[in-house]
Design a protein around this ligand. Sequence first.
Ligand code: KIV
Ligand code: ZN
Length: 390
Amino acid sequence: MSKDKVQIFDTTLRDGEQVPGCKLDTKQKLVIARQLDQLGVDVIEAGFPVSSPGDFQSVNEIAKLVKNATVCGLTRAVRKDIEVAAEALQGAVRPRIHTGIGTSESHIKYKFNSTQDKILERAYEAVAYAKTFVEDVEFYAEDAGRTDNEFLARICEAAIKAGATVLNIPDTTGYCLPEEYGAKMKYLKENVKGIEKAILSCHCHNDLGLATANSIAGVINGARQIECTINGIGERAGNTSLEEVVMIMRQHPYLNLDTGIKSEMLFETSQMVSSKMGMPVQPNKAIVGSNAFAHSSGIHQDGVIKKRETYEIIDPAEVGVTESSIVLTARSGRAALAWRAKKVGYELTKIQLDEVYEEFLQYADRKKEIVDEDIHQIIDGCKVKLESLA
Ligand code: KIV
Ligand code: ZN
């Protein structure tokens, strides 16, 4: 049975770039955009053109450069924003305008000092106006996570009537629980007239560490696009991490969902974004962190050396990591030491291994990690005893 495709909408260059201190210039953005296009993302959100001349230029140059992915520009539900985005997207093979407005009670009351009916009207007009420039218009209902489902359904219906091709349901504040976010998607799927004409999109923030879980709950309940960033970067605690959602769908085939991402490019893409933004990847980050395929405790090392799958659910090569690593520390056992000693040229007998292991533990208690050079020194130090044992 063929799998349903979930579109990957990458917003590293827009929501991701909103991380304080991580601003990119146009040249850096172009390099990342080219990488994202090769990675196989379906949509690249290149920026918010009206926000600054620099962002306008970046969106414009990315629009001309990218040949496969749709290139998208963000706007508020404001005519001037939409006009500027349309101009910036000139030259794109597949242009998309992403327009929208806050829909939760707090946005309507405090941000806009308005009413639901007036917001609904603005949403309709913004989509209809964007539609005069491009065919592909995505509507976002900002703070949809805290928006009452009935009103959300009404505004989605209005956006579809105005011609929206995609409905973005952002959990802007990262507040929802996965069940709640999944139920929201299900509700929209079942209650919005004309929903078959549009794709529902997940856009989740990570304030409670639930962005990935919420996005997966969204696609299980009918959404067919996920908005995400490389390394999960973004405002505050970040956005949904692209590499996580892609690998979850791949590792759980019964979900019957897949993406067009070339997963073997994930690690290099993560490294590139991290270095261009000057934002290190936390070592324990799922999929792309430096410890994601590293094993340091004796029990785990023994298991991995015997059969990798004992402690790994992903083959590192699948995400572009050369191999799993066995990190030698004071928690490592004889199996790991023998394995590593063999790699650097020593085939130890059982008696020799016992001897070297004693020395190794002394050494490892003084150092955080034992590297190849240390192994040579440890074995050199044991030589006399080893020769007498040989
Ligand atoms: O988090 C959010 O609501 C957004 C919208 C502007 C799409 O980023
Ligand atoms: Zn966002």
